[in-house]
Design a protein around this ligand. Structure first.
Ligand code: FES
Length: 135
C-alpha cells in the first residue's frame, strides 16, 4: 500500500545514556523503522520516522515524540531500543485510530504508561483576516 504519511514519530538523536558518550537515538530509529515496516497494514496510518536534536527531555533519554495534524502530541522519555520497540509499535497502532489522539496513561502500552513527559492537546489555528500588520 502506498499512502502519504500524515503521522510522525520523532526520535532525539542527541540523547546520551547517563555517564556515557553513546547516542542511542540512531539505533532506535533503525529498529523502530524496521518494526513499523514489519507491522505493515496492522497500523492504519503511515508513520514517518525521523531524528531531531534535543527535545528538552535530556534527563530522560531517549525521548520519542508522536504527532499528527489535529491530534494530541506526546513526548515519551526513558525509551530503550532493547526493551521498548514493541510498546512503540503498539502505541503507533493505537494512536493511528484515535480520532483526536487523546488517551489516558492506563490505556498506553508497556512503559509508555509511566514515561510520558508531555501530552499536548491538538491545535487548530484559525487564521484571521487582519487589517493591520501584527506588531
Ligand atoms: S538531548 Fe535528547 S532530549 Fe535533550
Amino acid at each position: 500500500m502506498n499512502r502519504t504519511s500524515t503521522h510522525r514519530i520523532t526520535i532525539c538523536t542527541s540523547c546520551r545514556h547517563k555517564g556515557d558518550t553513546c547516542q542511542p537515538g540512531y539505533e532506535l530509529i533503525k529498529r523502530l523503522d524496521a518494526a513499523i515496516k514489519a507491522a505493515g497494514d496492522t497500523i492504519s496510518e503511515d508513520f514517518e520516522i525521523a531524528g531531531t536534536a534535543c527535545m528538552a527531555g535530556c534527563d530522560r533519554p531517549c525521548t520519542v515524540a508522536y504527532y499528527a495534524s489535529r491530534k494530541a502530541s506526546y513526548l515519551f522519555g526513558d525509551i530503550d531500543a532493547d526493551q521498548d520497540i514493541e510498546a512503540l509499535v503498539d502505541f503507533a497502532k493505537q494512536y493511528a485510530v484515535l480520532h483526536d489522539g487523546w488517551c489516558s496513561s492506563v490505556d498506553r502500552p508497556g512503559k509508555l504508561r509511566k514515561t510520558t513527559l508531555a501530552r499536548i492537546p491538538a491545535t487548530i489555528i484559525a487564521l484571521e483576516d487582519r487589517q493591520e500588520p501584527i506588531s
